[in-house]
Design a protein around this ligand. Structure first.
Ligand code: GLV
Ligand code: GLV
Length: 320
């Protein structure tokens, strides 16, 4: 009998086809995630799970899957949805999909910087609502970007890709926070590692690229927002939980900072009563950082290869 794989949502065909060469592949057919009960029952007996960041993968789900389970391949670079320690304890391999979505995600961050700096949201809404009456000398004035100071919080692959775009393209000065010094970044982009407070108080553009963990949860809250410049633009393409959304709402509403661009929120989707969506100076995208044809195809193949390796008792090519 062929071993079973459960894939928790339809993903691009290349990865599914690769899996079908090796396994009996069960793909959750609905566009919305399986609920807990379905997730548990479909996981049962699987040698591998291909999961999304909207699936909570914990001890309970590993129990439900049973003793056959050898690998969990997250269809994402982030893996805060997975209890990695619990998996490790059970010798279940966990993998992710780094690198292939770095440029796609960095591009979304740049898009949010431009959109937030130049009022794309109000402009688009004006045109749609037939409220574009004339060329306005005083209308929709935004921030220049040339030569401004960029603050990257979390200088990993995506943070560096965003920095490259804005330093080379817009001649920005670069400061960053990071767990360690990054001499190659300093040499390449003239960056300087600084304390968070200095980054917050000197940056015109602040872009978040840290993973979500207990140390970064609500890193951006009332006190850290209070350090930012009045012209500051905050961009989050990392994880919604890094930002305290109530505090961000207050800072944007009171114009304590200029604007924000978010590709991630907490929770996702944003609840219908979230006041953030009412603000002109808050642009929100539905978590589309990696949503390019190329990135998503490559992610599907990486996740499939992670599961093939795990099922064969080999190390995953892309372990977390
Ligand atoms: C998306 O947010 C990812 O982690 O890949
Ligand atoms: C604006 O459209 C200009 O030509 O200055």
């Amino acid at each position: 009998m062929r071993k079973r794989i459960f894939v928790t949502r339809a993903i691009p065909e290349p990865g599914i086809q690769l899996l079908r060469e090796h396994f009996d592949v069960d793909v959750w057919p609905d566009p919305l995630p399986p609920n807990r009960e379905n997730l548990r029952s479909r996981a049962q007996g699987a040698v591998g799970l291909l999961t999304l960041l909207s699936d909570q993968v914990d001890a309970d789900l590993m129990d439900a899957a049973g003793p056959e389970l050898r690998g969990i391949a997250n269809y994402a670079v982030g893996y805060n949805n997975i209890d990695v320690n619990e998996a490790k304890r059970r010798s279940i391999a966990v993998g992710n999909t780094p690198d292939v979505l770095t440029d796609a995600t960095a591009d979304i961050a740049i898009g949010l910087v431009l959109a937030a700096a130049r009022h794309f949201q109000q402009g688009i809404l004006q045109v749609r609502a037939l409220e574009w009456r004339t060329w306005e000398p005083l209308g929709l004035l935004g921030q220049d970007l040339q030569g401004k100071t960029l603050g990257i919080i979390g200088m990993g692959r995506i943070g560096a890709a965003v920095a490259r775009r804005l330093v080379r393209g817009w001649n920005m000065k670069l400061v960053y926070t990071s767990r360690s010094d990054k001499p190659p970044i300093d040499a390449e982009l003239g960056g300087r590692r600084v304390h968070l407070d200095e980054l917050l108080s000197t940056s015109d553009i602040i872009s978040l690229h840290t993973d979500l963990n207990p140390g970064t949860k609500h890193l951006i809250q009332r006190d850290t927002l209070a350090l930012m410049k009045r012209d500051a633009i905050l961009v989050n393409t990392a994880r919604g939980g890094v930002v305290d959304q109530d505090a961000l709402y207050e800072a944007l509403r009171s114009k304590q900072i200029f604007a924000a661009g978010l590709d991630v929120t907490d929770p996702e989707p944003l609840p219908s009563d979230s006041s953030l969506r009412q603000l002109d100076n808050c642009i929100i995208l539905p978590h589309i950082g990696s949503a390019t044809f190329d990135a998503r195809n490559k992610m599907s193949i990486m996740a499939a290869n992670n599961l093939i390796a795990a099922a064969n008792g080999e190390p995953m090519p892309f372990p977390v």
